[in-house]
Ligand binder design. Structure first.
Ligand code: NAP
Length: 313
């Protein structure tokens, strides 16, 4: 089946839905392919205090559902599924969906966001889902009244540790430096929470666990002091990795210009990629700020630019 659209939006986080709101209002009748995780990273964020419009803060899923409903309200068409192939070699652009549909689009807005990174410790892969996770809000509940460790020193690590401190008896934070990267408000909260212990200047080495048949269980995290090189094992039931994110851009490799980490390059101050008519917005093109509100702003820019592009200005 072939479908012709004025604007195809790939991705459904703050950037994708905001681009959908702007392109709908510009009469571009956008089609949004929502991917595997509609709502993006905010859907795994528990408390959000810095998204404007929510005086007392809100939860990530609530904010994302509000933006999604707003996109529907102004006429955007949202569809679950994945884009499996894109061809930006000539306009209109040809994009294949996982249900076999070919979408022929006059403009494309890439808003595929970013995914959590894994450290890559030797034993990590075999304990993923058995006590090793990158999502405290998804998996924290399995560790009620247990001991966990969060690895990292950014906002995600601090938020995860605070979230887990309400469920767990004790939470360690293992950070490779002697200073956090996360915002001061979160730092203060973390440092004044009694059941959080920060293990500074320390790197993770490996997951320690036990296996009995198909049952696997984490029992500890082996860590190393960066100064003395001394290794020890923190006895924990769960390990949460919060060491940052990688852009979701593999689909566009070889067609859109990217930096070494895979962030799509856009012309400064715009969302224009190297292909006229293809725009990128949000965490997939933002290695610096990676904030929901900035992704939403970029989605607005991409939406306005797609409209202007089609009007030829
Ligand atoms: P991040 O800011 O990049 O922090 C990653 C942390 O992991 C850093 O402390 C880093 O250490 C550490 N790290 C990186 N690689 C490591 C490795 N291989 N081994 C051990 N530690 C490692 O990532 P993030 O916390 O996920 O935040 C991403 C973005 O989202 C940021 O812009 C953040 O502000 C934003 N965010 C905002 C909120 C909020 O505003 N509520 C919540 C979550 C995230 P170094 O510090 O030494 O580099």
């Amino acid at each position: 089946m072939q479908e012709n659209v004025k604007c195809l939006i790939i991705g459904a986080g703050p950037a994708g839905y905001t681009a959908a709101i702007y392109t709908s209002r510009a009469d571009l009748s956008p089609l949004v392919i929502e991917g595997m995780q509609p709502g993006g990273q905010l859907t795994i964020t528990n408390e959000v205090e810095n998204f404007p419009g929510y005086p007392e803060g809100s939860s990530g899923p609530v904010i994302m559902e509000d933006i999604r409903q707003q996109a529907i309200h102004v006429g955007a068409r949202l569809r679950p599924g994945m884009v499996t192939e894109v061809d930006f070699s000539s306009r209109p652009f040809h994009c294949k969906l996982d249900d076999g549909t070919e979408v022929v689009a006059e403009t494309v807005i890439v808003a595929t966001g970013a995914n959590a990174r894994w450290i890559g410790m030797p034993g990590e892969a075999q304990y993923r889902g058995f006590g090793v996770s990158t999502c405290a809000t998804c998996d924290g509940n399995f560790f009620r009244n247990k001991t966990t460790v969060v690895i990292g020193g950014g906002d995600t690590a601090l938020e995860d540790a605070l979230y887990l401190s309400n469920l767990c008896t004790k939470v360690y934070i293992v950070h490779r430096r002697d200073q956090f990267r996360g915002t001061m408000a979160l730092q203060k909260q973390v440092l004044s929470t009694e059941n959080i212990e920060v293990v500074w200047d320390t790197v993770p080495v490996d997951i320690v666990g036990v296996k009995q048949g198909f049952i696997k269980k984490v029992t500890g995290l082996q860590v190393k002091d960066v100064h003395s090189g001394e290794e020890r094992t923190l006895e924990v039931d769960g390990v949460f990795e919060a060491i940052g994110v990688s852009p979701v851009s593999d689909l566009f490799k070889g067609q859109l210009d990217m930096n070494e980490q895979g962030y799509i390059l856009t012309q400064p101050g715009t969302c224009r990629t190297n292909i006229p008519g293809v725009f990128a917005a949000g965490d997939v093109q933002d290695p610096n700020y990676r904030q929901a509100i900035i992704a939403a702003g970029a989605g607005a820019i991409a939406g306005i630019e797609a409209g202007r592009f089609l009007m030829g200005s």
